[in-house]
Ligand binder design. Structure first.
Ligand SMILES: [Zn+2]
Length: 141
């Protein structure tokens, strides 16, 4: 189960809406207690995909390392990565699966006509062949 606090949730939704119709991406930081994860910070990262950013995202590995260092500096963990799907559902695509890492939660925000619509969190398996839906709790409004 992954719960996202109000502050980071607002930042994630604002980020996704701001870059629409492109995809946004970022890191989620917080505390992990067994299978309970609480996201307390979101870090917006650049989408450096060289092709169309409307259909894919790409992170700089050094940006992710920086987010990981920031998490450790706060005595927290890098819980996962978020990205948006402009005008399509919050499913986990083949490309998402191919670029995934099994130890992170992947939150996908569906943005329809520039506004947040819904979100899902995904847990990819080690073989990157399948992703299981994880219970996701976000604050209302
Ligand atoms: Zn995606």
């Amino acid at each position: 189960m992954i719960r996202i606090d109000r502050g980071p949730w607002r930042e994630m939704v604002n980020h996704a809406q701001a870059v629409y119709p492109n995809e946004c991406c970022g890191a989620m930081i917080g505390a992990i207690d067994g299978d309970q994860k609480t996201v307390s910070h979101a870090i917006a990262l650049d989408n450096v995909s060289a092709g169309s950013q409307a259909a894919r995202y790409e992170l700089r590995p050094e940006d992710l390392l920086r987010a990981d260092r920031e998490a450790r500096g706060r005595k927290l963990d890098l819980i996962g990565i978020y990205h948006s799907h402009p005008d399509c559902g919050a499913y986990f695509s083949e490309t998402d699966l191919k670029n995934s890492c099994p130890w992170y939660s992947f939150v996908v925000l569906s943005i329809q006509n520039g506004r947040f619509d819904h979100a899902n969190s995904w847990l990819p398996n080690a073989e990157q062949t399948q992703a299981e839906k994880e219970e996701l709790i976000w604050p209302e409004s």
